[in-house]
Design a protein around this ligand. Structure first.
Ligand code: SAH
Length: 216
């Protein structure tokens, strides 16, 4: 592909995100700065900037770009935030988050995916991201609290322990619903009065499963 083709492709990518309603300039800039072709499988690079989810290793998927941008926007990030992502997958969402927050911890239950994502993120010098092979349903205490949590796998319900990982005014975003079919992207916002819950958008994610995957 020539450099003209690739800059056209990047421009169309920005247009498609704007057309779908993404308005936050910092989010659009982060989406522009992360080369999605580095996060997809070799056979699907031609489709890296189409608005579609694509298959990655271990039977998982890299999310559709609009959904990545939308979730990032709805997380209301500030530059000083410490962020947790559950479901590293390719590492693409973590890379986008790393442009907008101070620190990102991303956890993945497949060691293969975690190892590959870590390498990609290192290659792109995303030095404020740490990838760990950890079950998001069983987070080690040492990980501490987070200003923002983004779950990128479908949960039938968000466990209270996970909401307990939020700082005082923290926000958690998760696709909530059945493992098959569609889920409701839900935003949980913590305050002194408790946790407020808002439905945002119907989405379709692969399921969040318990335990570290036995398959590599
Ligand atoms: N955010 C990813 C896409 C996520 S796909 C990206 O940008 O590419 C969902 C991922 O969540 C899969 O890789 C799956 O293995 C992982 N996952 C599912 N259940 C999990 C759990 N309990 N803990 C950690 N990761 C989990």
């Amino acid at each position: 592909m020539s450099s003209d083709d690739s800059s056209n492709e990047r421009m169309n990518f920005q247009l498609l995100l704007r057309r779908r309603g993404i308005v936050d300039h910092a989010v659009l800039k982060a989406m522009d700065e992360v080369p999605r072709e580095e996060f997809v499988e070799a056979g699907t690079r031609e489709e890296a900037y189409a608005d579609a989810a694509l298959p990655i290793a271990c039977g998982q998927t890299i999310s559709q770009p609009f959904v990545v941008a939308y979730m990032t926007e709805q997380l209301r990030l500030r530059p000083h935030h410490r962020v947790l992502e559950i479901g590293t997958g390719s590492g693409y969402q973590a890379a986008v988050l790393s442009h907008l927050a101070a620190e990102v911890v991303s956890v993945e239950r497949f060691r293969t995916l975690a190892d590959r994502a870590r390498l990609r993120l290192q290659r792109l010098s995303r030095d404020n991201v740490e990838v760990q092979t950890v079950d998001g349903y069983d987070l080690p205490d040492e990980l501490g609290l987070f200003d923002r949590i983004m779950v990128t796998a479908a949960m039938e319900a968000v466990p209270d322990e996970l909401l307990g990982r939020l700082t005082k005014e923290g926000i958690l975003l998760a696709p909530v619903g059945p493992q098959q079919g569609t889920q409701m992207l839900t935003r949980f916002t913590r305050s002194a009065d408790g946790v407020a819950r808002e439905d945002l958008l119907e989405v379709r994610f692969v399921p969040a499963l318990r335990g570290i995957a036995r398959q590599l």
